[in-house]
Ligand binder design. Structure first.
Ligand code: FAD
Length: 522
C-alpha cells in the first residue's frame, strides 16, 4: 500500500533497468502507473546508460546494442500511452544515486519506482539511492520482479537459503502452484492523460533521443544481430508461442541436441526483461494445465519450466551469497584449486579460437566467436541444408549443452580458471546474465553449489555422440572437418589442417580429479 502522500510533486517516475525492459507485466511500472493515476500527475519513465556498470560487468556490445533496440521499441509503445521516456548516460557508476536524486529534485518528483537488481553492486547502489531519496523526501518503492519466487523465500528448516537444487526445486514448484500471480492476466500501465502534460514541463521529453551506440560498446555485427534477434516484447512472445505443443512436448527428449531447434531461444529476451518469466510460465501452465508440475521429469512442459527454475535458482544464490558475483567460488574451499598458469595465454586462446582439437568443443567455441556471417555452406546433403536456417544456428548465443561442453572442457580438461571463461562468455553473448552465467560456470567448474568434482567431467566424444549424433553441428562450424564422416578419428585431423587434441582427455580427467582431491595441497 502506498503511504498517504504528504506532497504529490509534479510527476511519478519509474526507473527502468536493462533487465526489466517491458511494459506488460512489470511490477514497478504497474505500481508507478497506479500511483500517478491516484495523484493525478503524469508518469515518466527514466532509462540510464550506466557505462561504468557495463564495463564492470563485462557487458557485451551485442547485449548493449540489444538494449538500445529494445528501448527504441519501448519508446514508441510508451509514446502511445503518452508516457515520456527520458534517457541519459552516466560514466561513473558511483555517481548514479546522486544523479537520480538530483533529477528527482529538479523535476519535483516525490515518488520513484524500481524493480530490484540482485547483483551486489546494484544492490549497494540502490541502498545508497534509498538513503539519499529518504533524506530528500522522495518515496522510493521497490519491487521484486525478476524471479518467479522472490529471492530469500525458499529456505531450509534452519532458515538458511536452500542451496541444493533438488529440494529447492520442490519448494519452488509448490510456491508457484499456490501463487495467485500465475492464474491472473498480465497488467499493463494506464495511459497518461495528455492534458496533464499541458501544464507541466514533461511534454518535450517525448522527444528524448536514443543513441545509436554507446561509445566503447559499438556492436560490429549489429545488422546481423537485428535480423537474427528482433527486439521487443512482440518478438519475444512470438518465440514463446513457437514452442507450441510439439516442440515443448519433445523438450525432455531433445533438449540436449545441438543439431535441432530443441530449445526456446528466449534467453536474450528474459535477460533484458522484454518478456518476463511469469509470462512464459503462465502461458505454459494455461496450455498444459496442472499436469505440468505433477508430471515433473516425465513431461516436456514440466522440464522446460524447471529450466526457468534454474534461472531463479542462480539469482537466489547470487542474492544470498553476493561473493559469487565478486569472483569468489560458492564453496570457499575451492578458492584454492590449482589452476594451470597458462603464462602466455596460448591455452585460453586455443579454446577461444576453437582450436583445441576436440571437434565438439571447437564447434561450440567457433559459434561463440562467429561475427556477422555464418561459415560458407558445405556440400548439399539434406541434413546439411537445414542447418542453414537462421533459426537453428544462431550467433551471439550458444545452446545450453554447447556452453556446458565448452565450459567443462576449459575448467576440467585444460584446468584454466573458470573466471576467464565466465568473462569471455559475458563479453560474447546477447543474453549475458550475471547470475546464470556465474552459476553455469561454477556448476561446470565444480566450485558452485553441489560441486561433485569426481563425477562432473564430460567426455567430449560421448557428448558429441549425444548432442550431435550425425556431426552436423560440428561440420557447420568446423569447415576443416566437413569431408570427414562421423567416425573420423584424431589421427586424420592433421592432414585436414585441423589441430591435434591439445590434451589427452584421460590424462586431463585424472589430473582434474587429483587437483580437486588435493585442493590447497598441490
Ligand atoms: P531453454 O532451454 O528454452 O530454457 C528456457 C529458459 O530457462 C532460458 O531462456 C533461460 O532463461 C532459462 N535457463 C535454461 N537453462 C538454464 C540454466 N542452466 N541456467 C539458468 N537459466 C537457464 N543463461 C543466460 O540466460 N545467460 C547467461 O549468461 C548464461 N550463461 C551460461 C553459462 C554457462 C557456462 C552455462 C552452462 C549456462 C549458461 N546459461 C546462461 C544458461 C543456459 O545455457 C541458457 O539460458 C540457455 O542456453 C538459453 O537457451 P534457451 O533460451 O533456448 O533455453
Amino acid at each position: 500500500m502506498l503511504d498517504k502522500p504528504q506532497e504529490n510533486g509534479d510527476a511519478v517516475v519509474y526507473w527502468m533497468r536493462m533487465q526489466d525492459m517491458r511494459i506488460l507485466d512489470n511490477r514497478a511500472l504497474e505500481g508507478a502507473s497506479k500511483c500517478a493515476r491516484e495523484r493525478g500527475i503524469p508518469l515518466l519513465v527514466v532509462f540510464l546508460f550506466s557505462v561504468g556498470d557495463y564495463r564492470a560487468h563485462d557487458r557485451s556490445p551485442r547485449r548493449v546494442d540489444f538494449v538500445l533496440r529494445n528501448l527504441n521499441i519501448l519508446k514508441d509503445s510508451l509514446a502511445e500511452l503518452h508516457i515520456p521516456l527520458h534517457t541519459f548516460t552516466v560514466e561513473k557508476r558511483k555517481t548514479v544515486p546522486n544523479r537520480i536524486k538530483d533529477l528527482m529534485n529538479e523535476w519535483d518528483v516525490k515518488d520513484l519506482f524500481i524493480n530490484v537488481e540482485y547483483e551486489v553492486d546494484e544492490l549497494r547502489r540502490d541502498l545508497k539511492l534509498l538513503e539519499l531519496s529518504t533524506a530528500a523526501g522522495i518515496r522510493c518503492s521497490v519491487y521484486h520482479d525478476r524471479c518467479l519466487v522472490q529471492p530469500g523465500q525458499i529456505k531450509t528448516k534452519d532458515g538458511k537459503m536452500s542451496s541444493i537444487y533438488t529440494p529447492w526445486m520442490k519448494q519452488w514448484s509448490s510456491a508457484i502452484q499456490s501463487h495467485p500471480d500465475y492464474f491472473k492476466e498480465a497488467c499493463a500501465p494506464v495511459a497518461n492523460d495528455p492534458s496533464v502534460h499541458k501544464h507541466s514541463m514533461f511534454g518535450p521529453l517525448f522527444h528524448d533521443s536514443i543513441p545509436d551506440a554507446i561509445p566503447g560498446f559499438e556492436c560490429e555485427d549489429a545488422d546481423k544481430m537485428a535480423e537474427l534477434w528482433p527486439a521487443g516484447t512482440d518478438a519475444a512472445l512470438k518465440k514463446s508461442a513457437n514452442l507450441g505443443d510439439t516442440r515443448i512436448g519433445q523438450y525432455e527428449d531433445q533438449r540436449v541436441r545441438l543439431d535441432m531447434d530443441s530449445s526456446s531461444r528466449l534467453s536474450p529476451y528474459l535477460a533484458t526483461g522484454a518478456i518476463c518469466a511469469r509470462q512464459c510460465v503462465r502461458a505454459v501452465m494455461k496450455k498444459h494445465s496442472n499436469d505440468t508440475f505433477n508430471a515433473s521429469r516425465g513431461s516436456g512442459p514440466g522440464v522446460w519450466i524447471q529450466e526457468i527454475g534454474w534461472r531463479d535458482f542462480y539469482t537466489h544464490i547470487m542474492a544470498a551469497y553476493p561473493r559469487v558475483s565478486m569472483g569468489r567460488p560458492y564453496h570457499e574451499k575451492y578458492a584454492d584449486v590449482f589452476w594451470e598458469e597458462d603464462v602466455d595465454g596460448k591455452i585460453l586462446e586455443a579454446w577461444k579460437e576453437g582450436k583445441t582439437g576436440y571437434p565438439i568443443v571447437d564447434a561450440a567455441m567457433r559459434q561463440c566467436k562467429t561475427q556477422g556471417m555464418f561459415p560458407a555452406p558445405w556440400d548439399s546433403s539434406p541434413a546439411s541444408f537445414f542447418m542453414f536456417i537462421d533459426d537453428l544456428i544462431l550467433i551471439g548465443y550458444m545452446h545450453n549443452r554447447a556452453r556446458m561442453i565448452a565450459a567443462m572442457f576449459l575448467t576440467k580438461d585444460l584446468m584454466i580458471d573458470w573466471r576467464l571463461g565466465e568473462r569471455h562468455f559475458m563479453r560474447s553473448f546477447l543474453d549475458g546474465d550475471l547470475g546464470s552465467n556465474n552459476g553455469g560456470w561454477q556448476w561446470c567448474a565444480s566450485t558452485g553449489t553441489d560441486p561433485q568434482p569426481w563425477f562432473r567431467i564430460f567426455n567430449p566424444y560421448l557428448q558429441s555422440e549425444k548432442a550431435d549424433p550425425q556431426g552436423d553441428y560440428i561440420r557447420h562450424f568446423v569447415p576443416e572437418l566437413r569431408k570427414l564422416d562421423n567416425k573420423g578419428m584424431p589421427a586424420e585431423f592433421e592432414k585436414l589442417g585441423y589441430p591435434k587434441p591439445i590434451v589427452d582427455h584421460k590424462f586431463a580427467r585424472d589430473r582434474a580429479i587429483r587437483r580437486f582431491k588435493n585442493v590447497g595441497e598441490e
